[in-house]
Design a protein around this ligand. Structure first.
Ligand code: FDA
Length: 285
């Protein structure tokens, strides 16, 4: 898939390009629309420490280039890309180097949340690095039963949280299965975060979740500068523009790089209409 020209064209809807230069160009374009960004160099589940170090080096370059070019953005990483499956210690050292650099540059590292087998280890590493360097935060998935406790702990420690619904297939023992339950928990966690969190990020394209967030903030007189909305590159651009016009802060999650297949498949799985889009383009080509 990753080398097919057709598939690549389809993925371009969700991915900013193959190279670091493409990502920075997308960043400048997005900033012109008064939207900030977080860059994701695609790639997960690396199989050697050399690959993990190469990932870290791309992110170090990204932070430097964004600072030099005055791009309003930070980075999002995955621990499986930084080598957690090979060596937790080596992974920790790789992430620490990046967080240290982010702090020097007055930037920030967001550690994305992957499937539930990584939740505990991700929270532990982020908590440790935050206590040493502060320029790091993580993600909480509203579909997990454990998330309320995790949100409370992260709020107490002043660690920045991005709240999302959750993108991995999880069993009923650990995660709510029905959309209504996930949505209810999302709203519940959003309220805790807005009231007690440190600059929380509400990451969703769901207008109901966004409206609940706006009205909760209004009712509690929580200033729009104290939190941000986040959305994925290429999804609901109409909603993105509307939020910015209304004066809310918005950050786009911008993936780039050659290894886009798993990311692309998660985006397709989220929405049946995307499969129709894929099929339409496939038969047209
Ligand atoms: P939901 O899936 O209910 O969709 C609501 C509406 O949004 C849809 O009706 C449609 O209009 C639109 N929409 C949603 N997804 C779409 C798509 N793929 N294509 C087109 N339209 C779409 N997950 C995770 O497990 N770990 C993480 O670290 C992150 N990080 C992250 C960062 C940011 C900035 C965002 C926005 C999301 C994530 N996610 C994530 C993904 C998240 O968990 C979730 O899978 C998606 O955001 C889809 O959920 P929604 O909240 O948009 O609602």
């Amino acid at each position: 898939m990753e080398t097919s020209a057709l598939a690549r064209r389809l993925a371009a809807r969700f991915v900013a390009g193959d190279s670091l230069a493409d990502a920075l160009e997308a960043g400048r374009r997005i900033n012109r629309e008064r939207i900030s960004l977080t860059l994701d160099h695609l790639g997960e589940n690396v199989t050697s420490l050399a690959e993990a170090e190469a990932s870290r080096d791309v992110y170090l370059r990204l932070l430097g280039e964004m600072a030099d070019q005055k791009i309003d953005g930070n980075v999002s990483i995955k621990l499986t890309q930084f080598g957690i499956d090979i060596s937790e210690d080596a992974c920790g050292r790789n992430v620490e180097q990046l967080v240290r650099r982010a702090k020097e540059l007055n930037s920030f590292v967001r550690v994305d949340m992957e499937s539930s087998e990584y939740t505990e280890r991700t929270l532990q590493l982020v908590t440790l690095l935050h206590s040493q360097h502060s320029a790091v935060g993580t993600v909480i998935q509203a579909y997990l039963h454990r998330s309320e406790k995790d949100v409370e702990t992260l709020c107490r420690r002043g660690i920045r949280v991005r709240l999302c619904k959750g993108a991995y297939l999880e069993p009923a023992e650990v995660a709510y299965q029905a959309k209504a339950e996930v949505d209810r928990n999302f709203v519940h966690l959003m309220k805790i975060l807005l009231a007690a969190g440190t600059y929380p990020a509400i990451a969703t394209h769901d207008e109901k979740m966004i409206d609940e967030t706006k009205s909760f903030a209004r009712s509690r007189q929580i200033a729009p500068e104290t939190f941000e909305f986040q959305m994925l590159y290429g999804i609901r651009r109409d909603l993105q523009r509307r939020l910015v016009a209304e004066g809310y802060r918005l950050r786009l999650y911008v993936p780039f790089g050659k290894a886009w297949y798993p990311y692309f498949m998660r985006r397709l799985a989220e929405r049946p209409a995307n499969l129709a889009f894929l099929a339409r383009n496939f038969f047209r080509a």
